[in-house]
Design a protein around this ligand. Sequence first.
Ligand SMILES: [Zn+2]
Ligand SMILES: [Zn+2]
Length: 200
Amino acid sequence: MNSRLLKVDMHVHTHPFSPCSVTTPHEAIEAAINAGIDVLVFTDHDTIWSKQEIDEMQQWAGAQLRLLAGIEVSCLEGHFLVYGLDAIDGLHYNMPVKELIDIARRREAAVVAAHPFRFSMESGNYCYKLDIDAVEVDSSNTTQTTKALAEKLAAQRNLPRIYASDAHSPRDVGSYHTLLSAPIDTISDLVREIKNATRG
Ligand SMILES: [Zn+2]
Ligand SMILES: [Zn+2]
């Protein structure tokens, strides 16, 4: 059965939760709708939107867009996107990624290596040994070189490939997306579809 494919931008930073972002949540939602995105996921640095906060923004966004919340955790070994956590209990800045993965496994969350070769070859190569669910292969923070290295990592590990904007300004929201099967109404739906995304 062919199910409908949704355009998902699952890596977006908003201000003020991500101080490095100049995008307000409202601007991010408007930009995503203008870019034809179906599912937008706020992944602020080391903080996660509460269900109530997301519900309020979802009401503002309306039916055109599904809004969800993940988190980008700054680990000792690099940045990792996590989907399926509803609180930051147990997470902390610069934590070892293996601790993060243990927490994610206990809560059935998905872990995606964000821009794996952006900071160093060493941090990217470390992902070859990690129990991650997917690799972000392209984003606004990826060069041709780091994209090729991330694609090789995904191929050799046979992991799903994620394309996401990593937007810090409104113009970048929706500039990259991953096509995933509908329905994606909850974070659990997203976790399931990340694991089903195109591999290799
Ligand atoms: Zn990052
Ligand atoms: Zn990011």
